[in-house]
Design a protein around this ligand. Sequence first.
Ligand code: FES
Length: 153
Amino acid sequence: MCADQIPQPQTTRRRAIGIFLGGGLLASLASFLYPVLRFLVPPPVVDLGGDEVIAAKIGDLKPNSGEIFRFGSRPGLLILQSDGAYRALSATCTHLGCTVQYRPDLREIWCPCHNGIYNLNGGNVSGPPPRPLDVFDVHLRGDEIVVSRKREA
Ligand code: FES
């Protein structure tokens, strides 16, 4: 057997170091690229499940305030405007799915994750959200505030 064919300890060590460095470089690239891709590509629209829910009772909300309620498996946002009108929207931000909240000082809907802002009709005002929020119907039934999906026309 020739000495050239026997693996030298120095060669195998160099190869192992190369594999570790290459793996580390790949892991670093993945850890940088994945959040960037998640930021740029929003998740698909998720079905809310359930058509109707009692979101609150009359008197639960003060004028110019909002409250999160559960609509199927997702959160909804019920808002009582200063003029006494109720509004209900999906509380799932269309950007990366954070839960939005009503900002009484702005009288708008705000996503704290990346400072996305929607108006009370769910429309995009500023920030990264790519689509408006889903808007729901609100009905009063006795002292209950009932929220349901908008019916297709
Ligand atoms: S998740 Fe990014 S703005 Fe809402």
